[in-house]
Design a protein around this ligand. Structure first.
Ligand code: 4NP
Length: 159
């Protein structure tokens, strides 16, 4: 079988938006029977939460939707990621800017905005870190919509 496509979700801390995006995308791909064809991971542009589990509000929000993200641990976006992943999807425009600056010239990875690339039609997933449970719910809904868009793209081979 062909090598799985690699999709990496990136946000600032890798404790709120990108862990929810990773968890929900993996779940939606498995539901669609595409779990073997895509490798999903997530990472941070910042370094303040490296090694930490997702924020407890992100864990609770995902769990409400039937997705357990508690085993994830935050890690920093690494140079190797630009070689190992085909698509690097950024939670907002600041993250996109930072990730594109770090992208080595020889990398063929697509570095894009998560919501644009997945066809959701908005630009940024607002950062819920300084917000409340409603903000986490809003972020979850956006990354879930993105996951469904990505499943469609994978189905159609639009990678
Ligand atoms: P994330 O949220 O980028 O969605 O994981 C944040 C997590 C931590 C911080 C900011 C945003 N922080 O400032 O520590």
């Amino acid at each position: 079988m062909a090598r799985p496509v690699g999709i990496l979700m990136v946000c600032l801390g890798n404790i709120c938006r990108s862990p929810m995006a990773e968890g929900v995308l993996r779940a939606r791909l498995i539901e669609a029977g595409l779990g073997e064809q895509v490798r999903v991971d997530s990472a941070a542009t910042g370094s303040s939460h490296i090694g930490h589990p997702p924020d407890e509000r992100a864990i609770a929000c995902a769990l409400k939707h039937g997705i357990d993200i508690s085993a994830q641990r935050a890690r920093r976006l690494a140079l190797e990621d630009f070689d190992e992943f085909d698509v690097i999807l950024c939670a907002d425009r600041t993250i996109l800017h930072d990730a594109r600056i770090r992208k080595p010239r020889i990398s063929h990875a697509q570095v894009e905005l998560l919501l644009e690339w997945s066809g959701v039609g908005k630009k940024d997933v607002p950062d819920p870190y300084y917000g409340n449970a409603r903000d986490f719910e809003q972020a979850f809904r956006l990354v879930d919509a993105a996951a469904n868009g990505i499943v469609e793209r994978v189905r159609q081979g639009r990678l």
